[in-house]
Design a protein around this ligand. Structure first.
Ligand code: PLP
Length: 367
């Protein structure tokens, strides 16, 4: 199966081999050397001097870690809700009695920074933080992280950025932009199986962490920080994935992060050109994410089952459809993590064949 989904993304052979290496015990010098190397690589990827903490959980789990470490019951925050993952921030806050004031964007529409400014001056006044996605995976929208961070700081709020499909897909210099919390997960740009997540906090966020009162135990980031500085982990970590992580970081960073981001940006451009060639309209045309291309399914297709189902069953290619109100209305094709140009060509050729058969009109293939 070829995965063109925005997580998990394909795992390169070198990483698969590293994942299959013999098990290491997590309290041995060998494992400490491994941690030392991945800690350095993660700081490079996050573009930060801060420690990037390893948390053995899915992406949602590390979002939860951000909430329980930074807030107290009754705190007020602003959530920028550009899609399903924005809504997840709201649900998480609600689960912990943190009051979320939601700035809801029309699906696929870009954020106008002035909109956020006026929201923070009205309904969102006194918010302790602005929570948002750098790349909203449900619509393929890229959000203006640097502007959001500046605006949050102007009112004394923290900038808490879910960069799960953004980190390693486009430039997000955490320290240079002053982002307070940046987090991601193994099954996206890092080309690994799911189960391991990453989070870094700024100085300002660590101060908030020390004062925050929400209950926490295994997700207490202070404990992990203390352990990691000694090349240890607070709890038994997913050691196998960390062995794979060493290899994936080597691959990602071998020519430097800018070169990697350039590659992804070229894949994104190629994908958008293919979508255009197939006469498909982008869901987020004004600010598309480099991580994935989301397109509207043309009306009036004569098709058995769904496009993702046909791609999977006839071609062995897995893409994502829409979620919630976008279910059955959009397609999402990923082009970050382990996706290569060859993968994308295969994906679009198969999609072209299905669309043609369903009566969709488009230009001729260039291949
Ligand atoms: C994939 C993803 C998540 C995390 O999902 P999990 O299934 O919990 O790993 C969170 N936010 C965004 C933007 C994502 O793309």
């Amino acid at each position: 199966m070829l995965l063109l989904t925005p997580g998990p993304t394909p795992v390169p052979d070198e990483v698969s081999r590293a994942l299959a290496e013999p098990l290491l015990h997590h309290r041995t010098p060998e494992f400490q050397a491994l941690l030392e190397e991945v800690r350095q690589g993660l700081r490079e990827l996050f573009q930060t001097e801060q420690e990037v903490l390893l948390v053995g959980t899915s992406g949602t789990g590390v979002m939860e870690a951000a909430v329980v470490n930074l807030f107290s019951p009754g705190d007020r925050v602003v959530v920028i809700d550009a899609g399903k993952f924005g809504s997840r921030w709201t649900e998480l806050c609600q689960a912990y009695q943190v009051k979320a004031h939601v700035l809801r964007l029309e699906r696929g529409k870009a954020l106008d920074p002035a909109q956020l400014e006026s929201f923070l001056a009205s309904e969102g006044q006194g918010a302790k933080a602005v929570l948002f996605q750098a790349s909203e995976t449900s619509t393929g929208l890229k959000l203006p992280v640097q502007e959001i961070t500046k605006i949050a700081h102007r009112v004394g709020a923290l900038s808490i950025c879910d960069s799960i499909t953004a980190l390693g897909a486009f430039d997000l210099p955490m320290d240079a932009w002053g982002i307070d919390v940046l987090l991601s997960s193994s099954q996206k740009a890092l080309m690994l199986p799911p189960g391991l997540s990453f989070i870094a906090l700024s100085e300002r966020a660590w101060r908030a962490q020390a004062e925050a009162k929400l209950p926490r135990y295994s997700l207490d980031l202070g404990r992990q920080l203390k352990a990691q500085k000694k090349n240890l982990t607070a709890w038994t970590p997913p050691t196998q994935i960390i062995q794979g992580l060493r290899m994936s970081l080597r691959l990602l960073l071998k020519d430097g992060l800018p070169a990697r981001l350039q590659q992804i940006s070229e894949l994104a451009r190629f994908s958008r050109a293919e979508a255009k060639r197939l006469n498909l309209e982008l869901v987020s045309p004004d600010s598309p994410s480099e991580a994935l291309t989301a397109v509207w399914i043309p009306a009036g297709l004569k098709i058995e089952g769904s496009i993702p189902k046909q791609l999977r069953e006839k071609y062995g290619i897995v893409i994502a459809g829409g979620q919630d109100e976008l279910e059955g209305r959009i397609l999402r094709i990923s082009h970050f993590g382990g996706v290569t140009t060859e993968h994308l060509i295969r994906g679009y050729q198969a999609l072209e064949a299905i669309l043609r058969k369903a009566g969709h009109s488009m230009e001729l293939s260039n291949f």
